[in-house]
Each structure stands twice: as C-alpha cells, then as structure tokens.
Write a protein that binds this ligand. Structure first.
Ligand SMILES: NC(=O)c1ccc[n+]([C@@H]2O[C@H](COP(=O)([O-])OP(=O)(O)OC[C@H]3O[C@@H](n4cnc5c(N)ncnc54)[C@H](O)[C@@H]3O)[C@@H](O)[C@H]2O)c1
Length: 316
C-alpha cells in the first residue's frame, strides 16, 4: 500500500531495528538508518550497504543538529527504536534512559517538527504498565506507574509523542511489546543463559527464584505486527500491545536452553521474586486489540525461546 515510500529507522543497527530495515528493503521501501552504534553492530547491516535504497548514518540522537541533517522532507514515517533497551542496565545507571530515551525522543520530535515529517512509529514497551501482577493490561489500563527508569522514560517518550501529535499534527503508532527474542539479540535472558553456559556448562546461576513468568515473542512476529498496524490502523494516535499470549517462567527457559545445548547443568537460584531492581515477576499483556486487526503470533513463548536458542547456537 505504501510501497516505494522512504522511511527512517532510529536504532536501525540494533537487534530489532536491523531486521525491520531488512524487511522494508525487501518490500521495496527506501530505508535510512541512524544509529550511534553504542549497542548496534555493523555486521547487522553491512549486507545492505551496496543496496542503493539503503543509507546508514552514524548519528547520536543526543546531537540535535546531526539528527536534523538526516531528516529530509522525503521521509514518510520515522520508526523510532533507538533507546537503552536493557532494563537491568538502567537499574545500574538511570541517566542512560533519560539520555537515550527521553532526550533522544525529544530531539527526534523537534527535528521532525522542523522538517515537517508527520508520522512516527514508536517502540515503547510493557514497562510502562509497572508491576501489576496478574492483571491482563489493555492499552487503556491506568494509572501507569512504571517501576524502572526504562518504563518511566518509555512513558515520557510516549507522552511527548502524544503532545506533538496534538500540537503539531504528527500521526503516531505506539507499540507496547512483551519481551522480543530472536537472532541478533545482544542481551536478554536467552542470550545471557547461553553465554553463561558456554563459559560454565556445569552450573547456571539464575537471578531470582526462577518463577518470573512473562510472554516472549519471536522477532519475525513483531515485524509482521509493525507492518500490519502501520498499514491498517489510521487513527491520529494508534496504541497497540503485542504479546504471544502464552507465558514461560525463567526456570522453564533455563531448562529449554540446557536441553538444546545437550547439557546436564545444575541450576542455582539467587532467590527473591525478581532478578534485579526494576524487574517485574509477572507480566500479562492483553493483545486483543491487535488480534482484531488480524495479527496472531506464529510462535508460542516456549517455541520462541527454543527457536532463538537454536538460531544462536547455529542449530537452524
Ligand atoms: N528487545 C525487547 O525485548 C524489546 C521489547 C519491547 C520494546 N523494545 C524496544 O525496541 C527498541 C529496539 O530494541 P532492541 O532490542 O533492538 O535493542 P538494541 O539495543 O539492539 O537496539 C537499540 C539501538 O539503538 C541505538 N541507540 C541507543 N541510543 C542511541 C542514541 N542516543 N542515538 C542513536 N542510536 C542509539 C543502539 O546503538 C542500538 O543499535 C528499543 O526502543 C527497545 O526499548 C525492545
């Protein structure tokens, strides 16, 4: 429907952004990527550098002038993924989220306002809902009381996007995904466990009591959702949760990975309901709204964990 349009992806050298770039290029879009490469990797986008429809700029969103210089009037929609994406990192250094989520989003919105770009697709997160236990949170759930700087700054970025929507007529799509996993991930539970097990196959130390229960979505399911939502939801503000609707515990994840690695590892738990401050033990995100648009995940949480592990281990 929107083929041949130009899009820009911030954080497009990262885990999800680089796969979104591949997807839109394959589908005929012109793709500009900006990333400061603090967590993104050249190997995730090098294969696109010879494609005349692909442009990469090493730009920090904290540098207002640089971001303005790559925002051209030709860009139809900005897909905004640049952020600190690691909640545990933000527990150690709260400033990291203020910079790379709140200030970065403000600078981007300002650039869009100045250049007259009218559409933004934002990757928020389930962290905006805070710690609400077994409640199946719909998009209109409130009050939103995040328990981490990651969640707090995601909420601040959403809030600024809604304000810019009202003040400057910028249309927005906001996705609030559960945990996304798959190849090219640079952190997260599956990635961490595999790395730990490679170093020590005898013993796996798991943060918390292992009972944390969350939904995991395979990255290709998320990319399909982005395309669907962007092309089929046309309100001024479009907010969508996305979860696979199934759940696995951290203990189950550890067991799946140990089995895929054909190990007989002893698992030890550090104890406590959460892995680190800012973590949430139970996350239940309601995906009925996106399901009504026709989206359904191809993989359950358990299948997504297994497939991610197999991809990282080179088994498929
Ligand atoms: N991975 C998940 O489970 C998950 C779940 C929900 C939402 N999200 C959101 O999706 C987005 C992408 O996540 P990801 O897992 O691909 O993370 P990622 O860390 O792989 O990607 C983020 C990218 O942003 C870049 N970046 C960070 N700060 C920047 C700045 N100031 N200027 C320019 N570039 C900057 C990093 O270098 C990195 O390449 C993030 O906004 C994240 O919060 C991720």
């Amino acid at each position: 429907m929107k083929k041949n349009k130009e899009i820009l992806i911030t954080g497009g050298a990262g885990f999800i952004g680089s796969q979104l770039a591949d997807h839109f290029l394959k589908n005929g879009y012109g793709v500009t990527v900006v990333d400061n490469l603090i967590w993104g990797k050249r190997e995730f986008f090098e294969h696109n550098l010879k494609n005349s429809k692909y442009k990469f700029f090493e730009v920090d969103l904290l540098d207002k002038k640089s971001i303005e210089s790559v925002l051209t009037e030709k860009i139809d929609t900005v897909f905004h993924l640049a952020a600190n994406s690691d909640i545990s990192r933000s527990a150690r250094d709260p400033q990291i989220d203020l910079n790379n989520t709140t200030t970065a989003t403000f600078n981007l919105l300002e650039g869009m306002r100045i250049k007259g770009i009218k559409k933004i697709f934002y990757f928020s997160g389930s962290g905006v809902y805070g710690d609400v236990g077994n409640i199946s949170t719909k998009e209109n759930f409130g009050p939103l009381c995040p328990v981490s700087m990651y969640g707090a700054t995601k909420l601040s970025a959403e809030a600024m996007i809604y304000a810019y929507s009202n003040l400057f007529n910028i249309q927005s799509w906001v996705l609030r995904p559960a945990n996304i996993i798959g190849p090219r991930a640079t952190h997260g539970v599956v990635f961490d466990f595999i790395n730990k097990l490679m170093k020590n196959p005898e013993k796996l130390i798991v943060l918390g009591d292992g009972k944390q229960s969350k939904s995991y979505i395979y990255v290709s399911d998320v990319i399909a959702a982005v395309d669907l939502v962007w092309n089929n939801s046309n309100e001024m503000r479009n907010i969508f949760n996305i979860s696979s609707g199934s759940y696995v515990t951290v203990e189950e994840i550890a067991k799946i990975i140990i089995e895929e690695m054909s190990l007989k590892t002893k698992i030890e738990y550090t104890g406590g309901a959460i892995g680190w401050k800012g973590d949430v033990s139970i996350v239940r995100i309601n995906s009925e709204k996106i399901a009504k648009l026709g989206w359904k995940s191809n993989y359950t949480s358990g299948e997504a964990v297994k497939k991610t592990a197999r991809k990282i281990l080179g088994l498929e």
